[in-house]
Write a protein that binds this ligand. Structure first.
Ligand code: AMP
Length: 186
C-alpha cells in the first residue's frame, strides 16, 4: 500500500500517520522529520534546509525531490509507504509521479485531513509551548498555514483529477479519525 497523507499544519497528520503505518506494516516517511534529522546532523542538506524551515517557508523542490528519489528506492519502501508532508507543491507532485513511474507501483490513495484554520493555529501554539519546536511560534505558524493554502492546497485538485483523493474530517478524537482513515483505505 502506498499512501499520501495531506492536511494543513496542526491537523494531526503525524499522529495519524503513525497509527496507519503500524496497522499496515509500511514505512512512515515524514519529510519534516527527515529534514529535522539532517539539520540535527549538520549535513549539507540540513544546512541548506534550516533557513527555510526556521522561517516557515518551503525547502526548494529540487532538494526534496532528490532526497525522496533516493529514499523511495531503499529496500524498506518495497512493502509500501506512507508519505507525510510530501509532496507539498505541484512541481513536487509532478516530480513524484515521474519517480514512481520509474521505480514501481503507483500511489494507491491520497488522504486529505480537513479542519478549521483557527482551531489549527490554536493547537500549534500549544504544541510549540510543549515541544519547543523552533518553528511552532505564532508568527511562523501563520506563515506555514499561508504556505499550505497557497502552495499545497492546489494538490487537492491535482489528485482529484487523478481520482486518488479522499477527504477525511480531521476534527474529533485520535481513534475516531484513525477509524475514518482506515474506512477509506479498506
Ligand atoms: P513538517 O514537520 O511537515 O511541518 O515540516 C517542517 C518544515 O520542513 C516545513 O515547514 C518546511 O520548511 C520543511 N518541509 C517538510 N516537508 C517539505 C516539503 N515536502 N517541501 C518543502 N519543505 C518541506
Amino acid at each position: 500500500m502506498r499512501i499520501i497523507l495531506m492536511g494543513p499544519p496542526g491537523v494531526g497528520k503525524g499522529t495519524q500517520a503513525k497509527n496507519i503505518v503500524k496497522k499496515y506494516g509500511i514505512v512512515h516517511l515524514s519529510t519534516g522529520d527527515i529534514l529535522r534529522a539532517e539539520v540535527g546532523g549538520n549535513t549539507e542538506l540540513g544546512i541548506k534546509a534550516k533557513t527555510f524551515m526556521d522561517a516557515g517557508s518551503l525547502v526548494p523542490d529540487e532538494l526534496l525531490l532528490d532526497m525522496m528519489e533516493g529514499r523511495l528506492q531503499q529496500d524498506d519502501c518495497k512493502k509500501g509507504y506512507l508519505l507525510d508532508g510530501f509532496p507539498r507543491t505541484i512541481p513536487q507532485a509532478e516530480g513524484l509521479e515521474k519517480i514512481v513511474e520509474k521505480i514501481g507501483p503507483k500511489i494507491d490513495f491520497v488522504v486529505s485531513l480537513t479542519a478549521d484554520e483557527d482551531e489549527l493555529v490554536k493547537r500549534l501554539v500549544l504544541r510549540g509551548q510543549e515541544s519547543g519546536r523552533s518553528d511552532d511560534t505564532e508568527e511562523v505558524i501563520k506563515e506555514r498555514q499561508q504556505v499550505y493554502w497557497k502552495l499545497t492546497a492546489p494538490l487537492l485538485d491535482f489528485y482529484q483529477q487523478r481520482n486518488l483523493l479522499h477527504e477525511v474530517d480531521g476534527l474529533g478524537t485520535i481513534p475516531e479519525i484513525t477509524d475514518r482513515i482506515l474506512n477509506v483505505l479498506e
